[in-house]
Design a protein. Sequence first.
Length: 112
Amino acid sequence: MPTITFIFKDGREQQVDAPIGLSVMEIAIKNGIDPIEGACGGSLSCATCHAYVHPDYWEKSLPEDGEISEDEEDMLDLAFDLKKASRLTCQIIMREELDGMQVALPGADVDW
């Protein structure tokens, strides 16, 4: 099964199983990754699932058309500590090519 590694604000890392077809937000919630709240349940009406995607997985994490939606961009404008690598994890659907992806939570000290 594919995996995702979440990097916390304190530098701690947690690797979890990541079933294909679930959003990264759903995977985080099922595994108790508390900083990812997902208050809107993935309906793109909040930014409580904001995180940073490692550059090696950035393009792979994009939708099929290769572009972040305007709705996601609008919600990211509300996110804390926005970076170039920012995504809403509810919009990243786990696929085989995302196996091993690293996702840093806002405030984590990563240089990407």
